[in-house]
Design a protein around this ligand. Structure first.
Ligand code: DX5
Ligand code: ZN
Length: 224
């Protein structure tokens, strides 16, 4: 079970310090939200910020590209020090070549699916990925409410993974708090992105540890 605090909810003027805070909270992952102002109606940061941050952190850089043209960004992010790069299945006919390109850059491969998109769209790619990201809000902004209708998608992906004997991670992102994380864990998620629910607490460390404990307990019950 992995908790990936989303830096989007941190203070961008203190990027390196926020990464240290995440590292000290006891988790190994940080989630980096890259928005291009086109695929989503918001902008964040590019590869230069990641490259500057890299020497300050040993965290696993889980890089979520919410971008219409990720092909121009894959190499820059790979060079900047991203460990995993996720692109969206909504990019349709570009998806296969994007996944291949990430693999060829020797990075872990992620595929994300937005709430309105049918989960069947990801099925052809399951053998090619290390992580499937089920979006539980419409991407673009932190602090939105969890969309309950996305939970059956997690169950479906979990079932496909079992049937196909694969081992990609199942990540959820958007409106994940202590309660919804437990619900997602019950449905089969193993990787939890959370921004406002963690950074909004006085102690990030306590919030991360609590979420980790909750989802671990749920999954231990689940797998018997
Ligand atoms: C949403 C981003 C999320 C965001 C989640 O577009 O992909 O990673 O940081 O924020 P919370 O946890 O506040 O919903
Ligand atoms: Zn994200």
């Amino acid at each position: 079970m992995v908790i990936a605090p989303s830096i989007l909810a941190g203070d961008f003027s203190k990027f390196a310090r926020e990464l240290k805070r995440v590292e000290k909270s006891g988790t190994d992952w940080v989630h980096l939200d890259v928005m291009d102002g086109h695929f989503v109606p918001n902008l964040t940061f590019g590869p230069q910020v990641v490259a500057n941050a890299r020497p300050h952190s040993d965290l696993f850089f889980d890089t979520h590209l919410m971008c219409s043209k990720p092909e121009i960004l894959l190499e820059p992010f790979a060079k900047a020090g991203s460990d995993l790069i996720t692109v969206h299945v909504e990019l349709e006919d570009q998806v296969a070549s994007l996944l291949w390109k990430i693999r060829s850059l020797e990075k872990q491969v992620g595929l994300a699916v937005n709430p309105p998109t049918a989960i069947e769209k990801v099925k052809p790619y399951l053998e090619k990925i290390d992580l499937l990201l089920v979006m539980t809000v419409n991407p673009g902004f932190g602090g939105q409410s969890f969309i309950e209708e996305c939970v059956p998608k997690i169950q479906q992906v979990y079932q496909w993974r079992e049937e196909l004997g694969l081992d990609f991670r199942i990540e959820v992102d958007g409106g994940v708090n202590q309660q919804t994380a437990a619900e997602c864990a019950r449905a089969g998620a193993d990787t939890f992105v959370a921004g406002s629910a963690l950074f909004g607490q006085r102690s990030l460390t306590r919030a991360v540890k609590k979420m980790h404990k909750t989802v671990t307990q749920v999954s231990e019950g689940y797998q018997k």
